[in-house]
Design a protein around this ligand. Structure first.
Ligand code: ADP
Length: 585
């Protein structure tokens, strides 16, 4: 077996679960009362049995039998009601606690730095959100109550065993240490396996999430079977481990049942002798037998629970690992200047992606953009254009050098404010599956309908939106798939208009459009650019026409800068790129 690092139990943040449980204290306390009542009722049942056997059955029939039977029925009724109440109260509390946990986990996830998402896959993260929290839910709702119940039954049962016959009890209790020892061994194994199994489930979940979110590509390549195979292989890997886990629980349960019945056999053998010697009545032996079964069942249930608890320990570790992870930099907090001019300075910036620390991407990039100026950034693919955008919006921080906005280092500014000041319109603008109006409002949820309409008009979007039967309330489908490329683009422009950013980034905003859409989008963009500092990231050169200046990035450095005509006059990369594209066209 592969050795895995075992975190010490003390590090498992169970107390954090308790904190989450605090608001449920009343419900849980009430549930515990019912639990107590139910367990005691269960423990009294063998006493009634003893009365029936010794009194009503052996001493001769009488009205006693009726009374005792009726009493028994009452006892069972109390037990039933208490069990029902306990379930409802505990499960409700568990549901609330886990929802709170999910919310915390989700909040922490959404605030992580982008570098975190470069190294963690979506499916793996959503699996923590769904399957790990579900495991924890099992523990905090049902397991805890079952645990308490079994502890009460165990202690009460042992008490009654001792009370009924001290001699017999001492013999029986010899079996207990063996069972407890087995439980501890089992729990230890299960905990390690469980962590690995959860990781494997995360991996298969990841495969499914990836193919489902790229279903169009899968369909285009007729790769359904390949994807099914990939998923099935991931499931198989998880299953190989799960099987070991299941075998362990199977053997453990079998051992538990054997232990219980072996104890019963022992009671018959030794208890029978005591009855013959008149040291024990038949009724007492009967009740003793039932207590033995109750105690044995409680013990074996506790062993199972121990296993579940260990499983949940793995899940709890995985969940709190993320809840407690501090992002490299926060998403809120910092300066929020009143007015912005939009002067941008990039000073000797060096950068490597944390996920790929060996390959330098930006290597001493220098760039200054005046307020209101439009600068096109061009260069060969992989040169670092998109990386520059990522640094400007502070998805990452530079390794060396700094980026200034109106003379202030981006690191001093409130990142959320910075992103509000920065409008991005990209080639594949991401819309959310809600109405057009909500998509336009995305960056400014408090905008009025009139403001939304004005932005849409300016973005040449109003006309086509009006033609939908439901107008602004039209749903756009997941990622906006129910709109055409040009329509999505114009919705994104309207969204940027509404936010009224002082810095604008157009990431190849007009590529992949037909001539008519391109004309509308271009016109809308020109309106949007008016009076704002604009960076046009041009992966194709035809989009640079609206720029005051062109800079050429190659291998993470600016190698040329000037207007189109000047650069065409120079011997250099720009001219070569233009000529190459011209030939290709
Ligand atoms: P451009 O936009 O000029 O085509 P990019 O800025 O996208 O170039 O990429 C520059 C380099 O950084 C490329 O070599 C690319 O492979 C790498 N890169 C881009 N994004 C990431 C990322 N999230 N993690 C690691 N490397 C990346």
């Amino acid at each position: 077996m592969k050795t895995t690092a075992k975190p010490p139990l003390s590090r498992v943040p169970y107390y954090r679960l308790l904190e989450l449980a605090r608001p449920e204290a009343r419900g849980l306390a009430l549930g515990t009362c019912f639990l107590f009542v139910g367990s005691v009722a269960g423990l009294l049942f063998p006493q009634a049995l003893r009365l029936i056997v010794d009194g009503a059955l052996l001493e001769g029939p009488s009205s006693d039998l009726d009374r005792v039977a009726l009493g028994l029925l009452g006892l069972f009724m109390v037990q039933a009601v208490a069990t029902a109440m306990r379930y409802v109260l505990y499960l409700t509390a568990g549901e609330r606690i886990v929802n709170r946990l999910r919310e915390q986990l989700y909040r922490s996830l959404l605030h992580q730095d982008i570098a975190f998402f470069d190294t963690h896959k979506t499916g793996e993260l959503t699996s923590r959100l769904s399957s790990d929290t579900a495991t924890i839910q099992g523990v905090v709702s049902s397991n805890i109550s079952v645990l308490l119940r079994n502890i009460i039954v165990l202690m009460g049962g042992v008490g009654f065993l001792l009370y009924t016959s001290l001699k017999l009890a001492l013999v029986i209790l010899l079996v207990v240490p063996a069972m407890a020892f087995g439980a501890v061994l089992y729990g230890r194994g299960v905990r390690n396996l469980a962590r690995q199994v959860q990781g494997m489930h995360g991996a298969s979940h990841q495969v499914a999430t990836e193919s489902l979110s790229a279903i169009r590509t899968v369909r285009m390549f007729a790769a359904e079977d390949t994807e099914v195979r990939r998923y099935s292989e991931a499931l198989q890997r998880a299953f190989a481990l799960t099987r070991r886990q299941l075998r362990a629980s199977g053997f453990f349960s079998g051992g538990g049942v054997f232990g219980a019945y072996a104890a019963v056999a022992l009671v018959f053998w030794y208890g029978g002798r005591l009855v013959h010697q008149h040291q024990l009545t038949v009724g007492a032996l009967t009740s003793f037998l039932v207590y033995t079964l109750l105690v044995a069942m409680a013990l074996s249930a506790l062993g199972d629970l121990w296993g579940d608890l260990m499983k949940a320990t793995g899940a709890t570790e995985r969940v709190f690992e993320i809840i407690d992870r501090k992002p490299a930099f926060p998403t809120r907090g910092g300066l929020r200047p009143e007015r912005m001019e939009g002067r941008l300075e990039v000073e000797a910036v060096h950068f490597r992606y944390p996920a790929r620390p060996d390959s330098p991407v930006l290597q001493g990039l220098e760039l200054a953009v005046n307020p209101g100026e439009a600068v096109a950034v061009v260069g060969p693919s992989g040169g670092g254009k998109s990386t520059l955008v990522a640094l400007l919006t502070r998805l990452y921080d530079p390794d060396a050098g700094r980026i200034l906005l109106d003379g202030r280092d981006l690191r001093e500014l409130d990142p959320s404010w910075l992103r509000q000041q920065t409008g991005i319109v990209s080639q594949e603008p991401l819309l959310f599956s809600c109405s057009i109006a909500d998509n336009i409002r995305y960056g400014r949820p408090d905008a009025t309908d009139a403001e939304v309409q004005a932005a849409a008009r300016a973005a040449h979007a109003h006309e086509f939106i009006q033609r939908f039967p439901e107008g602004y309330l039209t749903e756009v489908g997941e990622r906006g798939t129910q709109l055409s490329g040009g329509q999505r683009q114009r919705v994104a422009i309207a969204r940027a208009m509404l936010v009224d950013p002082s810095l604008l980034i157009l990431d190849e905003a007009t590529s992949a459009l037909d001539a008519e859409s391109e004309h509308l989008v271009k016109d809308a963009l020109e309106r949007l650019m008016k009076g704002r500092t604009t960076l046009i990231i041009a992966h194709r050169l035809s989009t640079v026409s609206g720029a005051d200046r062109v800079v050429v990035i190659e291998a993470g450095r600016i190698v040329q800068s000037g207007d189109h005509a000047t650069l065409m006059g120079e011997e250099g990369l720009y001219r070569r790129l233009v000529e190459r594209q011209f030939v290709a066209a």
